[in-house]
Write a protein that binds this ligand. Structure first.
Ligand SMILES: [Zn+2]
Length: 328
């Protein structure tokens, strides 16, 4: 889920309108990484410009340090009602997200850098080339953005989370529109929350999407010399993984509990594709404190007596420590 600015309440309404479930899958394993250009998913490029022909959101570039993973928070169903959930339905979803970001929110483009569907297709999001700053991660309480220096990748679907309904039973009344396909999505319990009805949507990222996500990260990691399973400081955060979930930088449940739980596997997959030789070029930041000395090795205390002693530690790592708790 993207949060360029204070748009959360609008997003909820949007996700009710949108909705898709997948019926068929095809393997993209073993094929070369292909990123579907904007023209192929039907991006209307005129949405990026105002009536004077000016670019509403001119591109900015920054070296990539992090990959931030999202889910779209949508359900998957047969949008065009042709009897199957296929790539055309996913493209329709991407166009809807683009329209939402570019026009309704008036950003002038889609906020994500890449989108991946359950079939494993990878789509270009934000206009521009590698390193273009997107709009997908902003902590609007702290007012700190994490878009600069990160690649925002969204997996279409909901991977452990709640989807709001327009009315009670909207999803449960039409189970045929939301079948469980390959464990991708499953509509679960329904409940009332803050006066609105919502359903629980479960499921895990498909193998095809997992493969594509790790390949995409591996490819861009090579380009920007990032170790997929490494760590570094980022904005105001100390020593965080290079592949993180949206919830790691903002107050959101995105990318859903199940997709978030898959991130360690994604890191390892991306790292293995990236290769060990490149890994050696990256030095992970570590904090290692070693005891250098102490004023007393043994003290004796009478009842109610206090005595001050000191311990001297040295940071022999290569990063700053936020806190160090010494052994009891
Ligand atoms: Zn998100």
């Amino acid at each position: 889920m993207m949060l360029k600015n204070k748009a959360k309440k609008y997003l909820i309404a949007f996700f009710i309108v949108l909705g898709i479930i997948s019926f068929s899958f095809k393997k993209v394993n073993g094929q070369e990484l292909r990123i579907i250009p904007r023209a192929e998913w039907g991006a209307n490029e005129s949405l990026r410009f105002n009536e004077k022909g000016e670019d509403k959101w001119p591109e900015e570039y920054a070296p990539v340090q992090k990959f931030i993973i999202h889910h779209s928070g949508t359900t998957l169903k047969d949008n065009d009602k042709n009897g199957a959930v296929d790539q055309e339905d996913y493209k329709a979803t991407i166009r809807a997200i683009y329209n939402w970001h570019a026009q309704v929110l008036n950003w002038g483009d889609i906020g994500y850098n890449y989108l991946i569907d359950p079939l494993g297709n990878i789509y270009q999001g934000r206009y521009g080339s590698d390193g273009v700053v997107g709009g997908h991660a902003l902590d609007d309480v702290k007012n700190i953005g994490y878009n600069r220096g990160s690649v925002g990748i969204v997996i279409l679907g909901t991977y452990g989370g709640w989807v709001y309904e327009q009315e009670q039973g909207e999803y449960l009344k039409k189970p045929e529109q939301f079948p469980e396909i390959g464990g991708i999505q499953k509509i679960g319990q329904e409940e009332q929350h803050n006066g609105r009805w919502r359903v629980r949507v479960e499921g895990n990222i498909s193998q095809a999407a997992k493969d594509s996500l790790s390949s995409l990260i591996s490819s861009k990691s090579k380009k920007f010399n990032i170790s997929p399973n490494g760590y570094s400081d980022f904005v105001d955060l100390i020593n965080i993984p290079n592949i993180i979930g949206h919830r790691d930088v903002d107050r959101t449940t995105c990318p859903g509990e199940n997709l978030y739980a898959s991130l360690p596997e994604i890191r390892n997959l991306a790292q293995s594709k990236y290769g060990q030789s490149v890994k050696a070029a990256n030095i992970n930041r570590i904090f290692a404190a070693s005891l250098q000395g102490q004023s007393d090795s043994e003290i004796t205390l009478k009842p109610n007596e206090t005595k001050e002693i000191y311990l001297e530690y040295k940071n022999e790592g290569n990063t700053a420590a936020m806190k160090f708790i010494w052994p009891a």
